[in-house]
Design a protein around this ligand. Structure first.
Ligand SMILES: Cc1ncc(COP(=O)(O)O)c(C=O)c1O
Length: 381
């Protein structure tokens, strides 16, 4: 693809820090670079504790274990999300209960959450789609009223805010992703953010194969042993070394991405006025992180013609997510609460445009091609 959908951004320091990790002879997890990254995340997200993981998926799996998900427990979540939001709970026997999304942000519709609560509901797993915050005041109030845990799937939301407060600091637990398509990357990678100190000790054990190894390393116990269910969720310090190079350049990365987002938004303003497309809508209380840029096309048929047309032009536009509620896994392990009208409609009309640092020189072409295709399509309709 001439203009790919994604191209991982490298700050130039990644290999230096990997070399340093190599020289320090600490290659396994929780070495000096992991500590630097965890500290950075705590300082910048306001989390009480941050723990690097292999992926956001791993952090979500840890969250499902930490809250004590048992067979039959229900977890309310949007259907419009990535598989891992649901699968993490299913691994513990939990059942996803899917709720429809809002038309403006494509986030879970907070007004539909309460009706989906049953005596089996254990938690609400929200997803801040495209780094735009869910309606946190309402969601936290519902959770408090019904004594439910809130888990933020903040895979796309590092650096985003709601009423000025960082996403990932609202729920008892939150998960970040550093997959190479995200703003801050380490190839594969993620972090669990803990905002409720009840979970900290167990999280450290679960992440270290269910052992109290971390207490042993701190000299708090004289041998370490198996204490509860866990797995290996900590990344090598080599990965953390890569990530540190990115975190050090956080401000530049975020500012550069914002300029790309703004250019797209500006470039499609006129077409939105003419009713050719719908641009992302950002509620006043949300401070997004310029993670991705999407457009909603008037009809699913037009969207399905637009994607291959752009690909033919060498432009790597894609779509996502395929709703979970009627996927084979969703039908088997979960259930929809209420109609999934907006989930079905909007997911079928959405395109994601190429978004990466270095795109600027091609961005006029991407905007121009999208505009010319949607204009042609509108005339044919
Ligand atoms: C909402 C959401 N949750 C979880 C994930 C999984 O992240 P990872 O690839 O770091 O496991 C993704 C991946 O894009 C995502 O979009």
């Amino acid at each position: 693809m001439r203009i790919p959908f994604n191209q991982p951004y490298l700050t130039g320091k990644e290999l230096d820090y990997i070399k340093q990790a190599h020289q320090q002879r600490h290659l396994s997890g929780d070495g000096p670079f992991t500590k630097l990254c965890n500290g950075w995340l705590e300082k910048n997200t306001g989390a009480q504790k941050a723990l690097l993981t292999h992926s956001c998926t791993a952090a979500l799996e840890m969250a499902a274990i930490l809250i004590g998900t048992h067979p039959g427990d229900e977890i309310i979540m949007p259907s419009y999300t990535f598989v891992s939001t649901a699968n993490a709970f299913v691994l513990q026997g939990g059942a996803p209960v899917f709720v429809d999304i809002r038309p403006d942000t494509l986030n879970i519709d907070e007004k539909k959450i309460e009706a989906a609560i049953t005596p089996k509901t254990k938690a609400i797993a929200i997803v801040h789609y495209a780094g735009v915050a869910c309606e946190m005041d309402t969601i936290m109030a519902i959770a408090k009223k019904h004594n439910l845990i809130v888990i933020e799937d903040a895979a796309q939301a590092i650096g985003s805010t709601y009423k000025g407060k960082p996403l990932g600091s609202f729920g008892q637990l939150a998960a970040l992703s550093f997959h190479e398509t995200k703003n801050i990357i380490s190839g594969e990678g993620g972090a669990l953010l803990i905002n409720d100190d009840r979970y900290i000790e167990d999280a450290v054990i679960i992440r270290e194969k269910g052992t109290n190894r971390s207490k042993f390393l701190k000299g708090q116990v004289d041998k370490y042993t198996w204490v509860e269910m866990g797995s290996s969720y900590l990344p090598s310090d080599l990965i953390a070394a890569f990530l540190w190079a990115q975190l050090e350049n956080y401000d530049t990365i975020m500012a550069t991405r914002k300029a790309i987002w703004d250019k797209y938004h500006q470039g499609f303003a006129e077409a939105e006025k003419k009713g050719r497309i719908i641009r992302p809508s950002i509620p006043d209380e949300c401070g997004p992180n310029a993670h991705l840029y999407y457009l909603l096309i008037p009809t699913a048929a037009q969207r399905d013609r637009l994607l291959p047309a752009l690909q033919k032009d060498g432009i790597g536009a894609i779509f996502h997510y395929i709703p979970l509620h009627d996927s084979p896994g969703g039908l088997r392990y979960g259930r929809a609460h209420g109609a999934m009208t907006l989930t079905n409609d909007l997911s079928a009309r959405l395109i994601r445009l190429p978004f990466w640092i270095g795109l600027s020189e091609f961005q006029d072409e991407v905007i121009g091609q999208v505009l010319s295709h949607v204009e042609r399509s509108a005339k044919e309709a």
